[in-house]
Design a protein around this ligand. Structure first.
Ligand code: DP6
Length: 326
């Protein structure tokens, strides 16, 4: 087993100098085939591959601070005792040239307020990309994906936009657990956000994921489900087969929720409103509208549809926020 700092040392060049400031954007991502469960919790090595689609995201601006780390989110200083500050600081500490080197991190996000997309993925990926410029490391996407993964697993998929495939890898040091971009653009593809709740979740996905791995009887079949879903979704993406993409993503999300709902203690992010919307999606499909959903570690749904059906999808879901991934 490797520590995060050992992984970093293998990748970044020796410290020489830094720029006055560096500012880089990274997309957030929505998983179509979910990452749910780790084979190594220290360096976020996944049990399975996963596939995602990038969308809105975050900008990280880094500079050197004189007296201790300082973190700002959307121009507001972040409380030093908050979980957000602690996770950002722990991650930045992996990259300090010396113990008295402090960072000022200014993070901004263009994720619509309360969109339920405020994942850590774009945050850690944007910090990683900004560090790469700040210290002039000139790392490739593979190395950047590995570094971003140390902050949050799903951040491995946020180092560039579009479809990303995070490979589970086999190496104990995580050197083969990184994401690659699928060379497919799909301009007609749309995501639709259905936001019913903007309350912070009661249980982190990190904890819920761990409980699923150790206690859900269904977790044993999860890797097999993912293998089968990958066999379907990769050709679906290559052929731009929307029905196969949507049905596979929806089934995969339901299987992930089955794992968490059958863990001890159970994790149920689904609310009555979530269920109501799922039934509306299924009814719309029975009525001939090709629309599918996916759900992450929260109650909100993300719809998948094609641009030509936007008007009809909006008629069924007037509150939908449209996202164009390409
Ligand atoms: C449900 O990447 O947030 O969104 O690696 O512990 O930071 P950590 O977990 P995180 O988990 C994301 C879980 C998910 C599915 C996915 O994005 O694939």
């Amino acid at each position: 087993m490797s520590s995060a700092i050992e992984c970093v040392k293998k990748i970044i060049p020796p410290y020489q100098d830094h720029l006055p400031t560096a500012s880089v954007f990274a997309p957030s991502n929505i998983a179509l085939i979910k990452y749910w469960g780790k084979r190594d919790e220290t360096i976020n090595l996944p049990v399975t591959d996963s596939i995602s689609l990038g969308n809105y995201g975050s900008q990280a601006t880094l500079s050197r601070a004189e007296q201790g780390d300082a973190v700002f989110l959307n121009t507001q200083p972040v409380d030093k005792h908050s979980e957000f500050f602690r996770r950002a600081q722990t991650f930045l500490s992996l990259f300090r040239p010396s113990p008295d080197f402090y960072f000022k991190l200014e993070a901004t996000s263009n994720i619509p307020i309360a969109a339920g997309l405020a994942s850590s993925a774009s945050g850690f990926a944007s910090i990683t990309l900004a560090l790469n410029v700040f210290f002039n490391w000139q790392l490739d996407l593979k190395a950047l994906s590995i570094l971003a993964r140390l902050g949050s697993g799903s951040a491995a998929r946020s180092v560039c936009p579009g479809f990303m495939h995070w490979h589970k890898g086999m190496a104990l040091d995580g050197s083969d657990a990184y994401a690659t971009r699928l060379d497919v653009t799909w301009p007609e593809l749309r995501l639709g956000l259905l936001i019913f709740s903007d309350k912070p979740k009661e249980k982190s996905s990190r904890l819920a994921m761990k409980e699923s791995v150790y206690t859900s009887p269904f977790y044993q079949v999860w890797p097999e489900c993912v293998e089968k879903d990958l066999e379907q979704i990769l050709p679906a993406i290559a052929a731009r087969d929307f029905a196969l993409l949507g049905s596979t993503a929806e089934q995969n999300a339901l299987a992930m929720h089955a794992c968490m709902q059958t863990s001890r203690p159970a994790t149920v992010y689904t609310l009555p409103e979530t269920m109501k919307m799922m039934h509306l999606v299924w009814k719309a499909r029975r009525d001939g509208l090709p629309v599918y959903f996916t759900q992450d570690a929260g109650p909100n749904l993300k719809l998948l549809f094609e641009a030509k059906h936007l008007t009809d999808v909006k008629a069924h879901f007037p509150e939908l926020v449209e996202v164009r991934p390409f």
